[in-house]
Design a binder for this molecule. Structure first.
Ligand SMILES: Cc1ncc(C[n+]2csc(CCOP(=O)(O)OP(=O)(O)O)c2C)c(N)n1
Length: 385
């Protein structure tokens, strides 16, 4: 007699004993973002580190202001400012060792510059040029990535490959809160955790993905909580506290280097400027909200700590401001020079061996350029724009 013929007597066999494969408790982020400045944790901090961070933050803010001004002068096509987020940018760069790799998004110019990239080269792409503008291998900085979150699987791939080769390399990948909704975010974190790849994911939660606020982006308790689903630790940090971000990232990088696997860090911060110069932020957020964040400014927080510890005097502030002005003047001057570009360059790096179709297109362009050069009076400057 079957079970169906005896409905009242059916007793399901209990499932095999189940327990989580990983204890989720140690992976959970703290309830509150981790802070150092203005707390007891700041006692005994290395003065050299504080002053180094301060100098980078001051120059970084000036860089954002100058690059934004260059968009108004038509020298840059677009600039996504990281004003308000400088602590994340600088700490990300300083947490890495020389042999490590940085995978930035379009907003992370400052991180690239803090890692040593020429400030002009960092703006080449945003100037409307067709290529990255720098050699990614020279400073181990991947191209500033515009398609959201695609830099994350690249970072995981590089880190995993480095480990297979036995190279001591950690990859730090930066992404915005909006980018966490992309499939690439999921694929990168899942692969990284399964393979224990030496990667650190830094999410800068700056409140918005253009006009979309975080509440419409995710229903998760925090973005750091997402880490638990992949089996890696999630850390929540005050993204405007440069020392806290530096400490958390340095720990995560160290953990990755020692074979401990990836970490997801959510830095809670705020984008003080509009999404880019092409955006009007007043259409989706209030001045009062922006003012609240002005009271938690990353540079002011560090200045307060330095002043309280008598590490900052007027002369030091003036010297840092002067250094920032010199950097801005140099940036202005070099960005105001017209680059001389060869349109034929378009074909140079597409394939190692050019296809017949590309060869045909290149010949067509060559002929058009030659015809245009014959028709117009010769220009010694070459092609300008
Ligand atoms: C795959 C992809 N989809 C859409 C866009 C258009 N886009 C550019 S920026 C942006 C918002 C991203 O916000 P977030 O990830 O929070 O980073 P933030 O700009 O705040 O630094 C969107 C949707 C894009 N660049 N790539």
């Amino acid at each position: 007699m079957t079970v169906l013929e005896q409905p009242g007597s059916y007793r399901p066999t209990p499932p095999p004993a189940w327990r989580p494969r990983t204890d989720p408790a140690p992976l959970l982020p703290d309830a509150e973002p981790y802070r150092v400045l203005g707390t007891e944790a700041a006692d005994g901090l290395d003065a050299g580190l504080l002053l180094r961070l301060y100098g980078h933050l001051v120059r970084g803010r000036r860089y954002n202001a100058q690059a934004t001004a260059l968009t108004r002068q038509g020298r840059l096509a677009v600039y996504p400012s990281s004003t308000g987020q400088e602590a994340c940018e600088v700490a990300a760069a300083l947490a890495l060792q020389e042999q490590d790799w940085l995978f930035p998004s379009y907003r992370d110019t400052l991180a690239a510059v803090a890692r040593g990239l020429d400030p002009v080269q960092a703006l080449t792409l945003l100037r409307g040029d067709w290529h990255t503008g720098y050699d990614p291998h020279e400073h181990r900085i991947a191209p500033l990535c515009t398609p959201l979150a695609t830099q994350l699987p690249h970072a995981v791939g590089l880190a995993h490959a480095a480990r297979l080769k036995g190279d001591d390399v950690v990859a730090l990948a930066m992404v915005g809160d909006g980018g966490t909704s992309e499939g690439d975010f999921h694929e990168a974190l899942n692969f990284a955790a399964v393979w224990r790849a030496p990667v650190v994911f830094l999410v800068q939660n700056n409140g918005f993905a253009i006009s979309v606020p975080l509440a419409k982006q995710t229903a998760a308790p925090s973005l750091a909580h997402k880490a638990v689903g992949y089996g890696m630790p999630g850390r929540l940090v005050d993204g405007n506290d440069a020392v806290a971000v530096h400490e958390v990232l340095t720990e995560a990088v160290q953990r990755a280097r020692e074979g401990g696997g990836p970490t997801l860090v959510e830095a809670v911060t705020y984008r003080m400027d509009a999404h880019t110069n092409a955006d009007d932020a007043t259409r989706y957020r209030s001045d009062a909200e922006v003012d609240t964040w002005r009271g938690h400014d990353p540079i002011a927080l560090l200045e307060q700590e330095l002043t309280a510890r008598k590490l900052l005097d007027e002369a030091t502030v003036a010297a840092e401001q002067e250094a920032a002005e010199r950097m801005a003047a140099d940036l202005r001057e070099r960005m105001n020079q017209d680059p001389v570009l060869d349109p034929m360059d378009l074909f140079t790096h597409v394939y190692a061996e050019q296809t017949a179709q590309l060869r045909e297109q290149a010949e067509m362009l060559r002929a058009e350029l030659d015809a245009a050069a014959e028709a117009a009076p010769a220009s010694p400057e070459g092609t300008q724009r």
